[in-house]
Design a protein around this ligand. Structure first.
Ligand code: SF4
Length: 231
């Protein structure tokens, strides 16, 4: 119990520090469990931290349902960023609607158009970027730092839940009665685009359901690969 209290205290201390030290801090959410912990912590304390999401155009219905629930439950505004329509139109015209299954290059191009480019617009003008990344989510994330500098977007990136376990996240969500994504109960620990995310089996890596047809080392979408530790 003491450890859980410590985690929550540390989370609020980190959010306070970010608020005080950085202009216009922003939480990016995809409405997964970790993002809901952060949304709850921010909304419950009426922090001056804005919340935004990227609507890739390929999200599952359950994500839109939770998005609506979150705005009603907390009364917060969640700003939406969308891919540039000409880029999506061109990609689909040339490659087809589901070309991301055909090669890693095509998948990365789709992620760039639908996620990475909108993220750049989302972060523009913000002095801090808050994410729900955790070390326990995957082998690729096991070496994450609590604070990093995202060179691509020129912003300091904070991962306040970096030390939280799966159990810590779900204890928080249950205790505070936080609305959660319906797909978690159907075996989806990680929430992403509908055609690129599936349920995982017991014991599998938490991100095993993302781009499941690809090699493990290739499985990031480009949103979280450019950061380096703060010197
Ligand atoms: S996760 Fe899939 S559908 Fe979504 S942007 Fe990436 S490749 Fe495209």
């Amino acid at each position: 119990m003491a450890q859980k209290a410590d985690l929550e205290r540390d989370l609020h201390d980190t959010l306070s520090r970010i608020e005080q030290a950085h202009a216009k801090p922003l939480l990016s959410t995809s409405f997964g469990a970790e993002d809901m912990v952060l949304t709850d912590a921010i909304a419950r304390s009426h922090r001056k931290i804005s919340i935004a999401t990227i609507d890739t155009g390929r999200l599952p219905d359950e994500t839109y349902q939770l998005w609506q629930s979150v705005t009603e439950h907390y009364g917060v505004k969640i700003e939406a960023f969308f891919p540039a329509a000409p880029a999506v139109e061109s990609y689909v015209r040339i490659n087809g609607i589901n070309a991301f299954y055909e090669s890693v290059a095509q998948r990365r191009e789709c992620c760039h158009i639908r996620k990475v480019e909108p993220l750049g617009r989302m972060l523009a003008g913000h002095g801090a970027w808050i994410t729900g990344l955790r070390r326990a989510q995957s082998a690729a994330r096991s070496t994450l730092s609590a604070e990093e500098f995202d060179g691509a977007n020129k912003v300091v990136k904070f991962n306040p839940l970096i030390e939280w376990s799966d159990e810590d996240v779900w204890e928080y969500l249950g205790e505070k009665r936080v609305p959660t994504h319906a797909l978690h109960a159907r075996g989806y620990p990680s929430i992403g685009c509908a055609p690129c995310t599936r349920a995982v089996a017991a014991g599998e890596d938490l991100r095993a359901g993302r781009w499941w047809w690809e090699n493990e080392t290739q499985k990031e979408c480009g949103l979280h690969v450019a950061a380096g530790p703060i010197a």
